[in-house]
Design a protein around this ligand. Structure first.
Ligand SMILES: *[C@@H]1O[C@H](CO)[C@@H](O)[C@H](O)[C@H]1NC(C)=O
Ligand SMILES: *[C@@H]1O[C@H](CO)[C@@H](O)[C@H](O)[C@H]1NC(C)=O
Ligand SMILES: *[C@@H]1O[C@H](CO)[C@@H](O)[C@H](O)[C@H]1NC(C)=O
Ligand SMILES: *[C@@H]1O[C@H](CO)[C@@H](O)[C@H](O)[C@H]1NC(C)=O
Ligand SMILES: *[C@@H]1O[C@H](CO)[C@@H](O)[C@H](O)[C@H]1NC(C)=O
Ligand SMILES: *[C@@H]1O[C@H](CO)[C@@H](O)[C@H](O)[C@H]1NC(C)=O
Ligand SMILES: *[C@@H]1O[C@H](CO)[C@@H](O)[C@H](O)[C@H]1NC(C)=O
Ligand SMILES: *[C@@H]1O[C@H](CO)[C@@H](O)[C@H](O)[C@H]1NC(C)=O
Ligand SMILES: *[C@@H]1O[C@H](CO)[C@@H](O)[C@H](O)[C@H]1NC(C)=O
Length: 780
């Protein structure tokens, strides 16, 4: 039963809602116990084979009803699924569950599980400003992005529809009415909005959880509003978070349409509701699904989110998802299936420097978005108090000790930092100095605390702690330098919290796929709650600054919308390949206001050293290049079926995953046409291994002749590419090639990582198609 409980949601939040102590934990740890209680109901999702409906039943609904009523107590359906998957969800007693699980035609029974959730300057950082000049008016306007999140604040100027063309003809969705929300809240930007709460109320047994929020698509939390604006927000001039990150706030695809599927409530998001939202989104006609929450590391036949996303893929829908915030631990990645684009977290080059001048004359630099330059705090010294190390929501301070003081707190893990700030404010502290520990060792994440706060790195925190503990009367003076943009700091850097590879579910599939901006990102905010999400935060701000892989995912969703708009005939695998093969692995610098990519590799915040593909996947997205990749690694539905066969899933398990009786063709291990190669050193062995890949030409002009070049991997391994040249003569032509990996000399040490890439250079042309190659041994 353990595996059934480990599905979890990823909104990795750096802000925490006041009602929750541990937003990122995802499971109901006690449901195994309750399953032994014969009177206790639990929600299950039954997956059936629709072709197995016994003929006496007129409809599937009729059949499902008989499955429920033939078991003792009366129960009603929560959701009926009939688009991507077939079956239903319902609250069942253990007896009913056993009965249904063993009924003819029922493929599988999944316990419902709860998931928890895991920007003005980022568009120009990505080179999108130049891009817009070229694409001019309406790119993205025919593309609809569906967000599975906490809803939306529809009156926000980021969702205004000025100048937008009529709603795309393929849209079939609607704007549902609920508390504080009706049809008039939708427009040509926010074209649809639905909410799903059946699974949630069944899981928690009562409705109290909904009393504190809107039972409608309206966003009480802010997260959904934030991510929607990152992907597709309309331009809003003069936006900022209390003067920080000021300027033009605009989504990646400002003309793309937004469809909202609210599945997340105060205590999390239910799998049964998410599946229902996926079905509606596909029927409604969305082109892209953006889910900033995470699934599990379960085998695919036990992971319904993987299953519905494969079905969405087969319907031509691009699904992007956050990688999770469990970094920097090895193999912490979730959302592992190759048919999802999994996005890790990078920084941008904007900074909010703040200074702490200690009484002993030492000056410490940190980061702050809550300390204003005019603040009275900056005039004069205040007493410093050491609040100690805090790792959970259980903290208590004495008012006498913190009142009027600046309090230093060393936190570990994902503890509720917003509540910590609120607690200090309520006890009369004047400011907080916080260190996020190993999830942010360099102190790069700035949060919208309700108390003036400076974030510092681990080394800086140690200096301050030493000073406080060694001084009779420790004091400090704090000040902010506002916002510094462009070459403020080297970027991108892989954020320490970003979940890392290798992919424990499928080691041969590189994850994350790419990284995108996700640290200190400005986005739209709800009017229902203050930016720190704590109850005593009376501030209301149109914009908020947040961090997490939750923010990375909508950047990719927005770029995918632009690609889809420019190349309407491309499917999800072409879009994903374009994003991966054109991404960059080097830092950015500015020369005469033009951003250029330097020769030094992207760094990893957690080590301070060069990052590798288990940190950043193929690299950081580069939207302009992704629009014109030259060649793509194409993948169809059958390729994924063959891939599942090769992973030794049984016929029955593949039936559960794909919904079809599949025919396997043996493609051999590692031969999925993925735009990356990952192999264990043990597999290379003495004889070596061969990988076969296929490229499709999507380039109408230029030489279309490509030459292979292998970079990196020097020393132990030798990489051969056959043929060394590819010559395409027409659009959509596909050519195959072989990559032979041979061990050259010596015995690879355990815990090593060899990183390189195969790059196809267009001869006399600008296209470069990069495919990372990673060989790893043990723990890397
Ligand atoms: C699980 O059960 C224990 C005791 O049976 C209880 O203390 C705990 O709060 C429960 N946890 C959840 C998440 O319900
Ligand atoms: C079973 O669940 C019911 C209702 O939740 C509860 O009253 C009862 O004490 C439980 N029994 C056991 C053995 O846990
Ligand atoms: C359903 O039955 C299968 C075996 O037939 C078992 O492995 C699985 O755990 C059962 N599911 C539930 C939710 O009881
Ligand atoms: C810009 O708009 C015009 C007229 O609406 C249209 O013909 C043209 O294709 C558009 N350009 C782009 C790049 O979408
Ligand atoms: C929708 O709500 C607004 C207020 O939010 C109200 O003015 C309007 O009449 C409502 N429209 C309908 C159709 O109910
Ligand atoms: C506090 O520090 C700032 C700059 O770091 C300085 O301008 C200011 O004068 C200081 N205030 C006092 C009272 O020392
Ligand atoms: C760079 O841009 C700024 C403002 O955008 C402008 O004032 C400055 O002259 C530019 N510098 C160069 C070298 O183009
Ligand atoms: C699948 O099974 C075959 C035969 O037992 C084995 O050689 C192969 O390594 C297995 N593949 C995986 C991915 O487990
Ligand atoms: C699998 O192969 C059999 C026999 O060749 C064929 O009848 C069946 O339609 C195939 N199924 C699929 C899903 O392609």
């Amino acid at each position: 039963m353990r595996t059934l409980l480990s599905v979890f949601l990823f909104l990795f939040y750096f802000t925490y809602p006041s009602s929750q102590t541990s937003r990122e934990l995802i499971f109901n740890t006690n449901s195994t116990k309750t399953s032994s209680n014969s009177t206790r109901f639990m929600t299950f999702i039954a997956l059936v084979d629709p072709l197995c409906k016994p003929s006496p039943f007129f409809s599937h609904h009729h059949w499902y009803s008989s499955l429920l009523t033939s078991s003792s107590s009366t129960t009603s359906f929560i959701h009926i699924y009939n688009t991507l998957i077939h079956g239903f969800s319902a609250s069942l007693t253990p007896y009913q569950a056993i009965h249904i699980n063993s009924s003819h035609g029922v493929l599988s029974l999944f316990p419902d599980s709860i998931f928890h959730l895991h920007t003005t300057r980022s568009p120009s950082f990505l080179g999108l400003n130049n891009l817009k000049l070229k694409l001019q008016n309406s790119s993205g306007s025919n593309v609809i992005i569906g967000f599975m999140d906490t809803g939306i604040w529809p009156e926000h100027p980021s969702f205004a529809d000025d100048g937008l063309e009529p709603i795309p003809a393929h849209w079939r969705g609607k704007c549902e009415t609920g508390y504080g929300f009706n049809q008039s809240n939708c427009n040509k930007k926010l074209i649809g909005a639905r909410f799903f709460s059946g699974g949630y109320t069944a899981f928690f047994g009562h409705l109290d959880h909904l009393a504190s929020e809107f039972r409608s698509p309206r966003d009480h939390d802010g997260h959904g509003t934030h991510v929607s604006s990152i992907a597709a927000g309309a331009p809003v001039t003069g936006s900022s978070f209390y003067g920080f990150a000021g300027g033009l706030a605009e989504g990646m695809a400002p003309n793309a349409r937004i469809a909202v599927y609210k599945v997340c409530w105060v205590s999390g998001c239910l799998l049964s509701d998410i599946c229902a939202a996926f079905e509606k989104a596909i029927l409604d006609g969305v082109n892209i699904i953006s889910i900033s929450l995470g699934s599990s590391r379960l085998p695919f036949h036990l992971d319904l989110l993987s299953i519905v996303s494969l079905r969405a893929f087969s319907g031509g829908v691009f699904v992007s998802s956050s990688a999770g915030n469990e970094g920097p631990s090895w193999a912490s990645i979730t959302n592992a299936p190759p048919w999802i684009t999994t996005v890790g977290a990078g920084t941008i080059d904007r900074d909010f420097p703040a200074k702490l001048l200690l009484g002993n004359g030492i000056s410490i630099t940190g980061i702050s978005i809550t300390l204003t330059r005019e603040s009275k705090l900056t005039r004069g010294f205040h007493r410093l108090y050491f609040g100690g190390e805090i790792s959970s929501s259980k903290f208590s301070f004495s008012r006498q000790l913190v009142k009027g003081n600046i309090v230093l707190c060393l936190t570990t893990g994902h503890m509720p930092r917003m509540l910590l700030g609120a607690s200090l404010l309520s006890l009369g502290a004047v400011a907080m100095v916080i260190c996020h520990g190993s999830i942010d060792p360099k102190g790069i994440i700035s949060e919208p605390h309700v108390i003036p706060t400076i974030t510092v790195g681990i080394l800086e925190a140690k200096l301050i702690e030493d000073y406080i503990l060694s001084s009779y009367s420790p004091v400090a003076n704090i000040s902010s330098q506002g916002t510094v943009e462009k070459h403020a700091k080297p970027a991108p850097v892989v954020a320490s919290f970003s979940s890392r590879g290798p992919n424990s579910a499928v080691p041969g599939i590189l994850k994350p796929d790419v990284i995108a901006p996700s640290v200190n990102i400005l986005g739209a905010w709800t009017d229902a709650i203050g930016p720190s999400s704590v109850a005593l935060d009376n501030r209301r701000s149109q914009f908020n600054i947040m961090s997490g892989t939750s923010m990375a995912c909508p950047h990719v969703s927005g770029v995918a919308a632009i690609i889809k708009s420019v190349h309407p005939d491309w499917g999800p695998s072409e879009i994903k390949s374009a994003l991966m093969t054109t991404s960059i692995t080097h830092k950015l610098y500015y020369y005469r206001n033009v951003s250029l990519w330097s020769s030094s590799l992207i760094l990893d915040e957690s080590t301070g050293k060069a990052a590798n593909p288990f940190d950043f996947g193929a690299g950081h997205i580069h939207p302009e290049r992704a629009l014109d990749p030259g060649l793509v690694f194409d993948l169809g539905y059958q390729d994924y079926i063959d891939f599942l066969c090769q992973l030794n899933y049984t016929k029955n398990e593949i039936h559960i995953i794909s919904g079809k009786h599949a025919n396997c063709s043996n493609i051999g291990e590692g031969q999925l046409n993925y735009p990356a190669i990952v192999v264990a050193a043990e597999k290379v062995g003495r004889k070596g291994v061969n990988f076969y890949r296929r490229l499709k030409n999507v380039n109408e002009v230029g030489s279309r002749k490509y030459k292979a070049k292998v970079v990196g991997l020097t020393g132990f391994y030798k990489i051969g590419v056959i043929p060394k040249k590819l010559k395409f003569s027409k659009i959509d032509e596909k050519l195959s090639f072989k990559i032979a990996i041979r061990k050259e000399k010596g015995v690879p040490k355990r815990n090593s990582l060899w990183v390189g890439a195969l790059i196809w250079h267009e001869i006399g042309g600008k296209h470069r198609v990069r495919c990372p190659i990673v060989i790893f041994s043990g723990q890397g």
